[in-house]
Design a protein around this ligand. Structure first.
Ligand code: ZN
Length: 86
């Protein structure tokens, strides 16, 4: 999983499909990876979710999971966050 995240931006769904684990487990792994790469002077970058209706970017969100709906326009058309190790 660390290798995949180093190669490019992945969504939790991508990782879930490639690795054959449930999305819920992917999020648990992400939390762990975010900590484990710190000693290597790397970090897990989160490209934030974006509302596809009004372009609102969830850039203050601390959690890794996808938000349910937009706080501005209440749309549920939310682009998934993507992750990469940098
Ligand atoms: Zn919105």
């Amino acid at each position: 999983m660390i290798l995949l995240l180093s190669e490019g931006n992945c969504t939790a769904r991508d990782l879930s499909q490639i690795l054959g684990v449930r999305e819920k487990e992917v999020y648990a792994h992400l939390v762990h990876i975010a900590r484990s790469v710190v000693p290597q002077r790397q970090r897990l970058l989160v490209i934030p979710s974006k509302c596809l209706s009004c372009e609102y970017v969830f850039d203050t969100r601390k959690r890794f999971t996808k938000p349910g709906r937009c706080p501005i326009c209440k749309s549920e058309r939310i682009q998934e966050p993507r992750y990469r190790i940098v």
